[in-house]
Every structure is written in C-alpha cells, then in structure tokens.
Design a protein. Structure first.
Length: 821
RNA sequence: GCCCAGGUGGUGAAAUUGGUAAACACGCAAGCUUCAGGAGCUUGUGGAAGCAAUUCCUUGGAGGUUCAAAUCCUCUCCUGGGCACCA
C-alpha cells in the first residue's frame, strides 16, 4: 500500500500534462463543441496570492468539468503587464520597469503551475510585449478613424512642487504621496474615448447578458440614463443693449420649476469668468474657486453636511416660469462634469438644495404637495407651508403655487411645462447620462505610447499602420516631466517626421490607460501569434460565436470599469466589422474576496497575508484547491481559517486509502441510490459554481462507503471521477498510476446518473401539531393521508396530541402532515 | 449621504426555494491506539432543565402575513463592499 504524497505526484503530473499538451485548445476542432473559458488575467505584482488561487482554482474546476463533458475547452492565461507599480519600483529601487515586470511574471508563471490549473500556456498574452501592444495601438487608430478618440483639456491631479501629474492612488489626504505638497487640479490636454456615444447600447444590451444582477444594476447606475430637460435662465442685465445671455440647467424635475429660488453653478463653470465684470464680490468668488480646485472630485462629494458656496453678487437670473429674479450661487456640490454644470435649486423638493438653502437662508418655496394632502382641486390653498417643512418633499405629487399648472400631477407637469417653454425657446427635452467619456491619457512611462504625431503644418496626424508598433524608448528618469510623460525626456522618441508632409514633427508622449490593454485581450487569445491582424476572422468566429466568452470568472472589483470598457471595445469592433459579436462575455460570475484570518483585507502592512506556497508545501496543491472551495459559497469569499485545511487533507487521505487498498465486492453496491444522488449533486453544483456543497456531498458519499463491509469498485471509481476537477493530480495518479488506465482521466467521460435511481423508497414524514414538529414517521413513498392518520392514531407518542380532534389537517405528500388543533 | 450585499451553534457553513433548522467540515470532550505527538480511529457535541423518556428556547432585534417563516412583508439595529451629493 502506498502513501499519499502530494508533493511528488503533483510535480510529476504538472510536468506530464505540459509535455502531453493536454490542455492546449485546438482551433476548429471538428468533433467537439468549443468552450471559451476565461479568467481575468493577473497583474504581475510579484507573487501569486491566495486571492489569485481562489479565482483561478474555482474557474478551473468548472473548466475541467467542461473538458470531461467532451468540450474543446480553451482556458488561456496571460499578464496585464503595464501599470504604475512597475514605475514605482523603478523610481524607488532603480530597477527598469521592464526588468521588474518580466521577472515578476517569471516567478508567477512558476507559481501558477503549482495551482494545477489547466491553463493553455501556448496562448499566453503579455500586454507589454510590443507584439501585443502593436495591436493596442492599432485599436487606438481604429477609434481615431471612427471619430471616437479625441483630445481636450481635462483636469488631472497636479503636484505643484514635483511638477508632476499624480494618479488618484498617489494622492493621500489631498497631498502628494512623495513630498506632501497639497495637490491641485490642473487642466491639461488629454486624449479621451467617446464611450458616451455607446451609452444607450451599453445600457440596453445588459439585458441579453447572463451576469449577476448586482453587476448589471451597478453598470446601469454607472451609465445612469435619466430623462429630463434643459431649461434656460436668462441672465438679468442692467444694460439693455447687451446681447441676451442664458444659463442652461439640466433637470429631471421640470415640474418643480416654479419652486426654483436660486441657481447654482459649478466652480469651473465657464459663465463665471464671462460674468466677471458684473460680480461685485469677485475676490470672494475667486477664493472659493481656488479652494475648490484643491479638492479632488471624491473629496468634494464626500463632504456630507457642510455644503459651502458663495453668491455671485450683482448677478441675477430670471426664472422662465414666473419671471421672478433669483440669485446665482457657486458651490462645489455641483459638478462641472455632469449635465450643464449648473442646476436650478428647488430647496423645497430636493434634499441637497434644502440643506444649502437652510445654511445660507435662501428662500424655500413649496410647489408640490403630496397627493394625500391635496384638498382644494384648484390648488389655491397650500396644505403644508414651506417654512414648516422640516425636510424636502422629494416625491411626486400635485402642483401648487404654479400658476396655470396648479392641480396638475408631477408626471404630467414635467411634460407640459417643458412643452410650454419650448415654444418660447426656453426649454427642450434631454436624455442625460452620468457616464463620461473615457480619459485614456496617462503622463507615465510604463504604458502603450499613443500612436499620434503632432505636426506644425498638418496638426494631429495618426502614425501609419505599417509603422506600428511605436516602441517605448529607453529613458533614464521615470518621473513625469513638467506635466508631460517621461517619454518627453527622450529626444530620439519625440522627434519624428510627419507621416503626411514629411517635415519635422513631435510625437505624442502620453501613454494609454492600462484598461485599454485589457479591453480587448480576450480577442487576442483566439489567435495570439498572428502578426498580420489582431486576430483572424475565422478564429474569432470559432471562439467568440455565438455569445462571446462562454464563462468569464473574476473579481467583483471590476463590475464597472474593466467590464464596461471591454463591452465598449467589443461594440466598436463589431460596428467596424471586426468582431463577430457585440458583447464580449455572455456569461460571467464573480468570486468573493479571501480576507486575512483577522477578517481584514490582506495586506503586507497588516501582516495578515496568507502564503499559498507554504500551504502547498504542507498539504499539497489539491488540498489547498479543495479547501479554498470548501470554505463557503464561491461568490462570497471570507476570512481565511488556517485550521480547516486538515479536514480536506484527511478526506483525501481516506479516499487514497480505499482507492489503493480496497476489497472488491462482486455483488451490487448498496449505495446505488446515494451514488446516483451524489453524481447529480456534484454535476449540478459545479455548473452553478457551488463547489462547497459539491465537496460536502462527496464527503457524505465517502462516509457511507466506509460504513459498508466491503466496497464496490463502481463507488470508488465514481468518487475519483467526481473528485477529478477538484483534485486533478490526485485523481490522475489513482486513475493512471494506481489503476493502470491508459489515458488521462480528463479524457474520460463524466459519470452520468440515472434519474430513476435517485429516489429512496422509504421516506420519513414530519408530524406537526399546530406547526410544531412532534415526531417523524417512516413510510413508503406515496403514502396517503388516511394511511398516515391511521399510523398516528396507533403511535403511542403521537396519538396523545390528537385528543379533542383536529380542526384542520394539512397534508403535503411525502413530506409532512400538520394537524391544527 | 446614496447604492449593493450580508447577519443562522465556539468557527466556516447547509437548508430540496414557504414544509424535520444546523447537512458537511473545523474546533472541543471522552475513550482506544501510539515510546511520544499538533498523527490515526470510535463516540458525543445548538442552549437551558432532567438519571431518563421528555419539555422549553433558538436563524441580529421588534412587529406582521400563514396551518407552517432562516426563507415573504413593514420598521429597526449592526457588518462588509461600492460611490460620481448626478440635479
């Protein structure tokens, strides 16, 4: 009898699988259906952590099951290799970002092997390889060609001392991470992708996706479609001859227009400098704007209670509904990036406006009454008075104090008021999205250079496709230079010839957001070595049809950005006739987050990081795989409990023991029903990614098996088959080495269950009195109510409850009987 | 402040989706085995009372619907995650 030695057999099988190319997916396999199975490719941060294991191992179980179901499974892997940490390492420790990245990848490749995952390494994709980023640049050119890439001034975090642009991550408490200087917002010229052009489709196509509902909801909220209206407020002018000026606001509550008692502009609103000469308290206003510039957007929004603002004294606007002159304020609770950057404030019917009005003593005028309080059909009498309002009434109701619209419902008034003003040219309907265009410019070194040349004569000129890739130059200093990317330090890189006129010109020095690289990588896996195209159409048709990736598994932290950007890219490529599908990931699931043993997020500084390598050494990769999945629901994650792992190892030891040392029983197994039940349970649970209950049911099966006097071969074989996706090395060793089978267990068909054989003939029925269970009765399946009642009347323990006779009897076949006394 | 998850034994959790609450595992206790063990095996293990049969209580809290609620509804309190005060 041999002893289960995971270290030895795991290394052996990892090597054999690699040599045999067992997991290399074939393009266009004729005898099998394809299954494109994808995990989010990792960032090469240095070490593979337990969270990667959790993600990859869960997904791997599902993939292996598909393989055993006879699919041509492609389960590729690669690295999302551009990004800030490489640059930080370079700056701090003087290592070239490339050296740092490639050495991390090498480490992680080795660690990935030890997970026993069936990744097809022959398709590996690395986003910082010029062979890959050539096509990222090509994607940029496609965007540019289609009018979806454009340049404009956009704010960036700016450290005045270091003269550099900072990522949000590098801003700590509003200060520069490196030098502690207060960070300000600075407008610089940057590149954006027009994702807003796809807002409607990104929203409506969510419907056809098999994704978790919460994720869809989050994307919906992120896109944030709202129907409303643009309303124009005329700026009151002393001088009659001045051309008419208007401030436009966006509102979804045109019904409250008569209650608009002031206007608020975002501090960055263009109108402010335009009105400069008329503002009496200009120095106060300027000071406020300067202060606002110091705050990041997040900070502006996280200040809950103390909304601040300044009135633009000397400026008034006219409420187009009732002709009243109302004041204009600026406040940073209004964002320049949403809508028109200006709002009409209706303090009686909006919480934020209410708070602001209370703070600054502004007029609160109630114009909507709850329908239940509305008494006078003509609305001349207000039932609640604004002064008495203790909070804003934000729901729909009936209009009051709104002249000819009194008595009209909010819903109707929204339409009618806009129509009424539209005739005068003062309003129009508008669909507004929260979604903003995607800012892809980064003033950094370690990213894909944007393939653009700035020519004095021709303007912005794209690099010719035949000149791709524009390779990253060698530089010595990776710090951004005066607001420009470190690429600006390389004369050789910057100076180029204009592709149009051939004269001296300068290259764009910004690099692209790394999300651009990861927005199309799943296409590349279909044809990773193609030098002529990002992927061949035939390959794309084969792997991506009919609904994109068949299963995508990754963290919930990507519910918005990565997933939305990938969907956007796919739609653009689809429109250009370059993708066979307009959605990349037909089915997607998230795994949960593994927390440290203390219930906190794992981090090196907290010292609660779990090292998978150590666990593998002590218990074997198969046990680590199984334990991770046994801990709880896959989508939940949770704190790591270092003690539980021995339970799984014990289980594997026991399976090993009976598999290598069993006495064959020739008669039929007593466990036929349980065997069929277990196959059903494990099969269905893997499909649903409910790994923990699948493992529990295998444990129950083994427990029963061990209670038998002798064990039947079919039961042991079944458990090895069921175990194979979870503990692949273990199952392969028993299947091929111990039992001397000729081919891999992963080429064997998956066990099937007989639906007729999953029902026990004898069942137990719960006997309840007034809903309380007082006992159980054993009976044959399908037993009738009268038979049960008869049994109870003869049962010593139960019959006493029946004294007085039941008023009512509820009988659920094969489950319970409940007597209401 | 808003949005999304989630609260079940000492711990991770399960519950056929409204029908026996606590499967499976960890831990703990006792016993066996071992030179010894942080190894293995057996048994027990939600709480309270009782020698026991048994009884009562129990799914964050308070109400409600129902013959029957961990599951559905209302309110409320915590915990985790996300966020862009979106007009």
């Amino acid at each position: 009898m041999s002893i289960y030695n995971p270290k030895e057999i795991e290394q052996k099988w990892q090597k054999r699988w690699k040599e045999d190319g067992l997991y290399e997916a074939k393009d266009f396999a004729k005898d099998k259906k394809k299954f494109y199975h994808l995990v989010m490719f990792p960032y090469p941060s240095g070490d593979l952590h337990i969270g990667h294991w959790y993600n990859f191992v869960g997904a791997d179980v599902a993939a292996r099951k598909k393989m055993r179901d006879g699919f041509n499974v492609m389960s590729p892997i690669g690295f999302d290799a551009f990004g800030l940490p490489a640059e930080n390492a370079a700056i701090k420790r003087g290592i070239h970002p490339k050296t740092w990245t490639y050495s991390n990848m090498e480490t992680m490749r080795g660690q990935l092997r030890t997970t026993g995952t069936m990744f097809d390494w022959s398709r590996e994709v690395v986003t910082c390889d010029p062979e890959y980023y050539k096509w990222t640049q090509w994607m940029f050119l496609k965007m540019y060609e289609r009018g979806l890439a454009y340049r404009k001034k956009a704010p960036a975090n700016w450290c005045p001392k270091d003269q550099t642009v900072l990522a949000n991550e590098q801003v700590v408490d509003g200060k520069c991470e490196r030098c502690g200087t207060e960070v300000v917002q600075k407008e610089i010229n940057q590149w954006l992708f027009k994702i807003t052009e796809y807002a409607d489709r990104l929203l409506s196509d969510l419907e056809k996706l098999d994704w978790p509902e919460q994720t869809k909801t989050m994307q919906k909220n992120w896109i944030g479609r709202s129907e409303g209206a643009i309303i124009k407020f005329k700026v009151k002018s002393e001088k009659l001859k001045v051309k008419e000026e208007f401030i436009e606001v966006f509102t979804t509550r045109a019904d409250t227009l008569f209650g608009a008692t002031y206007l608020v502009l975002a501090p960055e609103h263009a109108m402010i400098s335009h009105l400069k000469s008329r503002i009496l308290n200009l120095s106060d206003v300027k000071e406020y704007i300067e202060n606002a510039k110091r705050k990041t957007e997040l900070e502006r929004l996280s200040e809950d209670k103390d909304k601040t603002g300044v009135e633009l004294k000397g400026v008034k606007v006219v409420n187009p509904a009732n002709g009243e002159e109302i004041p204009v304020w600026i406040s940073d609770y209004v964002l320049g990036s949403y809508g028109t950057g200006a709002i009409m404030a209706v303090p009686a019917h909006d919480e934020r406006d209410y708070d602001f009005a209370k703070r600054y003593g502004l007029q609160i005028k109630e114009v909507i009454i709850p329908a239940s309080h509305y008494a006078d059909p003509r609305g001349t009498e207000t039932q609640i008075h604004a002064e008495l309002l203790s909070e804003a009434f934000i729901e729909d109701g009936i209009l009051t104090d709104s002249e000819k619209f009194n008595g009209v419902t909010s819903e109707k008034a929204r339409e009618e008021i806009v129509k009424w003003l539209e005739v005068k040219g003062l309003a129009k309907k508008k669909v507004q999205y929260k979604l903003r265009d995607w800012l892809i410019s980064r003033q950094r070194y370690w990213g894909v250079p944007i393939p653009i040349i700035h020519c004095e004569h021709c303007g912005i000129v794209p690099v010719k496709e035949s000149d791709l890739p524009v390779e990253l130059p060698e530089v010595e200093n990776y710090l951004p230079k005066e607001g420009q990317s470190p690429l600006a330090r390389s004369e050789e890189f910057v100076n180029a010839k204009c592709p149009q006129c051939g004269q001296n010109a300068k290259r764009e020095t910004d690099t692209m957001d790394t999300f651009v690289c990861s927005s199309w990588y799943f296409f590349r896996y279909a044809d990773p070595k193609n030098e002529k195209e990002f992927a061949n159409k035939k390959n794309l048709d084969y792997w991506m049809k009919p609904a994109g990736v068949d299963l995508y598994v990754g963290g919930a932290e990507h519910t918005v950005l990565h997933l939305l950007y990938s969907r956007f890219f796919t739609k653009v490529l689809y429109d250009a006739g370059l993708s066979p599908v307009d959605e990349p990931f037909g089915k997607m699931r998230h795994q949960g987050i593994i927390l440290g043993p203390d219930g906190q997020k794992m981090s090196k500084s907290k010292g609660n990081v779990v090292d998978p390598d150590e666990l593998v050494r002590d218990f074997g990769a198969d046990a680590v795989r199984m334990y991770l999945l046994f801990m709880g629901p896959y989508e939940l994650g949770g704190p790591w409990n270092p003690r539980g792992l021995v339970g799984i190892r014990r289980f594997l030891d026991r399976v090993w023991k009976i598999s290598t040392n069993y006495k064959l029983q020739t008669t039929n197994s007593n466990l036929e029903i349980l065997r069929n039940k277990t196959i059903k349970k494990v099969t269905e649970d893997i499909e649903d990614l409910k790994f923990h209950t699948a493992i529990a049911s295998m444990m129950e099966y083994l427990n029963e098996m061990e209670k038998q006097e002798s064990i039947n071969k079919i039961d042991i074989e079944t458990i090895i088959h069921l175990l194979s996706p979870f503990a692949p090395h273990f199952a392969e060793e028993i299947w091929q080495e111990i039992w001397k089978n000729k081919q891999s267990v992963f080429k064997e068909p998956w066990p099937v269950f007989d639906p007729k054989k999953i029902q026990e003939e004898n069942i137990s029925i719960a006997v309840q009195f007034n809903g309380k269970t007082r006992g159980m009765l054993n009976a044959a399946r399908g037993v009738s109510q009268s038979e049960i009642e008869d049994l109870i009347s003869r049962d010593e323990k139960l019959k006493k409850y029946l004294i007085g006779g039941p008023k009512k009897v509820i009988f659920i076949k094969d489950k319970l009987v409940n007597f209401v006394i």
